[in-house]
Write a protein that binds this ligand. Sequence first.
Ligand SMILES: [Zn+2]
Length: 262
Amino acid sequence: MGKTAARRLLGALILALLCGFANRPAANSREYYESRGEIVWEVPMDEPLIALTFDDGPDEKTTEQILDLLAQYNAKATFFVVGKRAELYPEVVRREAEEGHEIANHTYTHKYFNRRVQNGDIASELQRTGDMLTELTGQPIRWFRPPGGFYNDTVVRIAREKGYTVVLWSWHQDTRDWISPGVNRIVRKVLGNARNGDIVLLHDHVEGSTQTVQALAQILPELTRRGFRMVTVSELMRHKKSQSVKLDRPDVSRENRGTSNK
Ligand SMILES: [Zn+2]
């Protein structure tokens, strides 16, 4: 190989490497994932149903208190469980399942997938937790919420390959209860914004805080009074309105330029 050819080859290699880095998995728009059913933020519907979701548990104290409250109002919820905490408190997870709540995957170590996490790590975080939860509850585990809500194409794809759909939360229902903002703030966020098909983000394990439990004691009676029924994510998804309204959204029409009527 001549010097010029060698240089060209080296140049091509460097370029490929650079492109490889440039092509690090990025996240597409909400419309992109939503129209494909790959990520759920909320569920369009006419019925007054709301999904309360609790992340980061189980907690040996607060999760039990939340379960008591949910039972009192005949409300069902979805728990996005951290695998290593489920190992510590398996009986709490079993109780969640036995009382009709849905169990979902929130990784094994609460790992943020916002940095250059190896694909193998994403896969094993999901697999290890999913296997454990299935064994504990006997439920198929269908939903995955990435910690911190950090996702990209790779995370979505690996989740899909493992049989999960990514579930985030309604943007107007991010209570930020994990920073302990005060009971009233949590209550106002949920009650001030409650709409059909909402997915509410709450946490059943916040170190040293019982604000979520106290807030829930006000949220549940008021939502009930307004005629809302609190259901699991799976139940919420069963009431999803037809997606036809979304067909002329910009992202979709770009993808389907040939057939779109736009
Ligand atoms: Zn979390």
